[in-house]
Ligand binder design. Structure first.
Ligand SMILES: [Fe+2]
Length: 299
C-alpha cells in the first residue's frame, strides 16, 4: 500500500494517509494493514468516505462484528454499527451520548472480549471530544517486580459497568441498560495479566472499568488492589489523547489498551459510527463463574 504513516505518541499510535477503506483490500494489503495495526495499537486512517455497507465490510476483515447490547441506537441500515451522537431529532436522541467516559476496555464484560473497536468520525465538535488511550503493555512493563509476581496468576471478575461509579444515571457511569439487556449480562472472568492473543506480549487487562473483584480474594482487598493498578495504569506517561477530524477512521486494540471518552458540551454536535469486532473464540480465556447479579454492583 502507498500509505504514509505519522507517529502519534511516544511508543504507540500511528495515523495513515492514502488508505481507501471503501474498496476491497487484497489479502496482502490487509495483512500489512493488520500488522501495522497491532504494532501501533491505535491506528487512524485519515480522510475516509464510507457507506454503512462499506464500513461493515472493512470491519469484518478484522473479526466478527458484535452488535452492542444497547440496541436502540443501532444504525437503521446495519445493526453492527452503533451510532454515538448527542444530536436529537424531534426531541429524541438519535444516538448514544456520553458513552464510555471512564477508562475501560470494550466488551471485557463478555466471555469473548473485543479485538478491535472502530470509530468513524462523521461530525466533530467545535471543542473537545478526544478519546484517551492508556498503553497497557507499557503499564505492565512499568510495574515493580514484586507487583508483577503478586498479580501474575490473579483472575479478575467482570460485569457490565464502571466499578468507580455506582450511580448508573451519572454522565460518567456506563450507559444504563434496560432490565432485559441486564439479564443478558453474566459475570465473566479474565486474567489480570493477559498475554495478547495476537502478539503474545503481556498487558494489564481491564483493571479499570468492568472489573469488580478478584477470584478468591475478599472484596475490599480486591477493590483496593484493582484501584491501585488502575491508578498506575492510567498515569499520564502511559496516556495519549486523540483528537478527531471528520473522515477519520480510528481503530484500537482492546487487548493492549484502556480507553476513555471525554465529556463534550451536549449542545456542540458530534457524531461517530462505532463497530466493535470480537476476538476469534479460539482466544477464549474467560469462564462464566456465576449467574447475573446486579444489585448495587455487589458480587
Ligand atoms: Fe469503549
Amino acid at each position: 500500500m502507498n500509505a504514509s504513516l505519522e507517529s502519534l505518541a511516544p511508543g504507540f499510535g500511528l495515523a495513515a494517509s492514502g488508505v481507501d477503506c471503501s474498496r476491497a483490500l487484497s489479502d496482502a494489503e490487509f495483512a500489512e494493514l493488520e500488522r501495522t495495526f497491532f504494532q501501533a495499537q491505535v491506528l487512524v486512517l485519515r480522510a475516509q468516505s464510507l457507506t454503512p455497507a462499506q464500513y461493515v465490510a472493512f470491519a469484518r476483515r478484522f473479526g466478527p462484528p458484535e452488535p452492542h447490547v444497547i440496541d436502540q441506537f443501532h444504525h437503521p441500515d446495519d445493526p453492527n454499527i452503533l451510532i454515538l451522537s448527542n444530536r436529537k431529532r424531534d426531541g429524541e436522541p438519535v444516538g448514544l451520548a456520553d458513552a464510555g467516559t471512564y477508562f475501560h476496555t470494550d466488551y471485557s464484560y463478555l466471555q469473548v472480549p473485543a479485538r478491535a473497536t472502530m470509530l468513524y468520525s462523521i461530525e466533530v465538535p467545535k471543542a473537545g471530544g478526544n478519546t484517551l488511550f492508556a498503553n497497557q503493555y507499557a503499564a505492565y512493563d512499568g510495574l515493580s517486580e514484586t507487583m508483577k509476581k503478586r498479580i501474575e496468576s490473579l483472575v479478575g471478575i467482570h460485569h457490565y459497568g464502571n466499578r468507580k461509579v455506582a450511580d448508573e444515571m451519572s454522565r460518567v457511569a456506563a450507559s444504563p441498560l434496560t432490565e432485559e439487556q441486564k439479564a443478558k449480562m453474566p459475570l465473566i472472568t479474565h486474567p489480570l495479566v493477559r498475554p495478547h492473543p495476537v502478539t503474545g506480549r503481556k498487558a494489564l487487562y481491564a483493571v479499570s472499568g468492568s472489573s469488580y473483584g478478584i477470584v478468591g480474594m475478599p472484596e475490599d482487598e480486591a477493590v483496593a488492589l484493582l484501584d491501585e493498578l488502575a491508578l498506575h495504569a492510567t498515569q499520564p506517561k502511559y496516556v495519549y489523547s486523540l483528537s478527531y477530524q471528520v473522515g477519520d477512521l480510528v481503530i484500537w486494540d482492546n487487548a493492549s489498551l484502556l480507553h476513555s471518552a471525554t465529556l463534550t458540551d451536549p449542545d456542540d454536535p458530534r457524531t461517530l459510527w462505532r463497530i466493535t469486532v470480537k476476538e476469534p473464540s479460539s482466544a477464549l480465556d474467560a469462564l462464566v463463574v456465576l449467574a447475573p447479579t446486579f444489585a448495587g454492583g455487589k458480587m
